[in-house]
Design a binder for this molecule. Structure first.
Ligand code: ZN
Length: 310
């Protein structure tokens, strides 16, 4: 069976043909610069699938997308980074390609890829958290991808950790975890601080987590506070997850995570603060083994399993 996996993010997409053992053939990355119209996204994904398949027949397509995805139908209720609301994504793509399509949230595809073929192999309970533009997370427990009743389970990014007048989140609420520690949120909060005359060393352009890290290491207390506050809030939330789930593997990744030692240290301290020592002891914190191909592999494997079950 020939299955193509696709990882569709806010600014780019990756696709490749994925074998049953997780090997990827012809992995390609495409920049799309934002697909605000769902129809454009369907076309871009369909063309990427056709390109990586190189004329071979495709039996199924699996897609991981940065969105809230209903598990039964692949219907997307919202995708803040793409600007979509209520898109029957799986149905539209299946119609365009003429093959079965299985759609999941991008972090669910990444978590499943790492569980099947990467750093989560052999884990009993795997918690995966990525600090990218936003905060994505997913859980694999007892060999099953945790979706929850509707498909939105395993997400920690929209746990409210701040006050009613806290920073605005992409989901429309204020004070979500993602509004403190996602890369987009850090850039917005840094821009606000700069407008008040702070963060003088961060330059004029968009302030990345890496620029904040450099400024913090150079002795800027406001840069350090932004990074540590975000890391602390994430760590405390993760510590609660450690108590609730008792994971044996916690996989952390994403651009903000790798950019900032201040974030990493604050996250670890936050986990230590809220989790019980007996549960904290049993968690191994690891990095990704598959890197940027995890989502492609996971999405394809989830599609393969769904088709084989049907
Ligand atoms: Zn939110």
């Amino acid at each position: 069976m020939s299955v193509v996996g696709v990882d569709l993010g806010g600014t780019g997409l990756r696709a490749g043909v994925v074998e049953a053992d997780g090997t990827v053939r012809g992995l390609r990355a495409f920049e799309h610069g934002g697909l605000r119209k769902p129809h454009d996204a369907i076309e871009a994904v369909a063309r990427a699938v056709e390109l990586v398949a190189q004329g071979e027949p495709v039996d199924a397509v699996g897609v991981g997308v940065a969105a809230w995805v209903e598990r039964a139908t692949g219907f997307i209720t919202r995708a803040p980074n793409l600007g979509w609301v209520d898109v029957p994504f799986a149905e539209l793509l299946a119609r365009r390609l003429g093959v079965p399509v299985v759609v999941h949230n991008d972090l669910k595809a990444i978590a499943w890829g790492e569980y099947r073929f990467g750093a989560g192999v052999g884990a009993d309970t795997l918690l995966v958290v990525f600090l990218g533009t936003g905060v994505g997370s997913a859980i694999v427990a007892g060999g099953t991808l945790w979706t929850g009743a509707r498909g939105f389970g395993g997400e920690i990014g929209h746990v409210k950790v701040g006050p009613d007048d806290g920073p605005l989140c992409g989901c429309g609420r204020r004070g979500c975890l993602e509004a403190y520690v996602g890369g987009g949120a850090l850039a917005r909060r840094a821009a606000e601080a700069r407008a008040k005359g702070l963060l003088a060393k961060c330059g004029d352009g968009e302030i990345t987590a890496m620029a904040l890290e450099r400024a913090a290491r150079g002795g800027d207390p406001d840069a350090r506070t932004l990074l540590e506050q975000g890391g602390d809030l994430l760590g405390r939330t993760l510590g609660a997850m450690v108590n609730i789930l008792n994971p044996d593997v916690l996989l952390l990744g994403g651009g903000v995570w790798f950019a900032s030692d201040y974030v990493q240290d604050a996250v670890r301290e936050g986990i230590d603060f809220t989790s019980h020592p007996d549960l904290r002891k049993s968690v191994r914190i690891v990095g990704s083994a598959l890197g940027s191909s995890a989502g492609v592999r996971g999405a394809a494997d989830l599609a393969r399993r769904a088709i084989e079950r049907a």
